[in-house]
Design a protein around this ligand. Structure first.
Ligand SMILES: [Zn+2]
Ligand SMILES: [Zn+2]
Length: 142
């Protein structure tokens, strides 16, 4: 998909009516259009990076994902401080819905309950990777 027709690139350029929860020079955050939990946000890089398969063991990628996670954690701590559990992660191809990297940030419980299957690395599809696991994978060896 060309970046110009990518819906997340359009949101990043503020050419949609999507309300941004966070915006800086690297990333933006907004609500998932079809929430699966009490709070469900997406954090995406402004740069069009298609999927986790495009991230590599280099400090630039590691720093970006750490920053995305940080932004997501800060937003959920602000908006869902009483949540019993949080979950942060990415869908790996072919299980990703949109080919623009996005971090799912969830404050549980899942609504409805069965949606958990989509956001569990132990689910039948195994298509979800938690942010911490991905960070270990792309951690550069200094
Ligand atoms: Zn894009
Ligand atoms: Zn997704």
């Amino acid at each position: 998909m060309a970046a110009s027709s990518c819906i997340f690139c359009q949101i990043a350029r503020s050419s949609t009516s999507t309300i941004l929860l966070h915006q800086d020079h690297k990333v933006i955050a907004f609500q998932d259009i079809n929430p699966s939990a009490f709070r469900h946000y997406l954090v995406i890089p402004i740069e069009h990076i298609p999927t986790v398969n495009d991230l590599h063991k280099r400090s630039e990628d590691y720093t970006l994902v750490s920053h995305m996670l940080n932004v997501g954690q800060t937003l959920l701590q602000r908006d869902a401080p009483q949540a019993k559990e949080y979950r942060f992660g990415f869908h790996q191809p072919p299980f990703n819905s949109i080919d623009h990297l996005h971090l799912h940030c969830l404050a549980l419980p899942f609504i409805p309950r069965w949606r958990e299957l989509k956001y569990s690395s132990l689910g039948p599809l195994g298509g979800f990777v938690e942010a911490g696991v991905l960070l270990e994978r792309i951690k550069p060896s200094f």
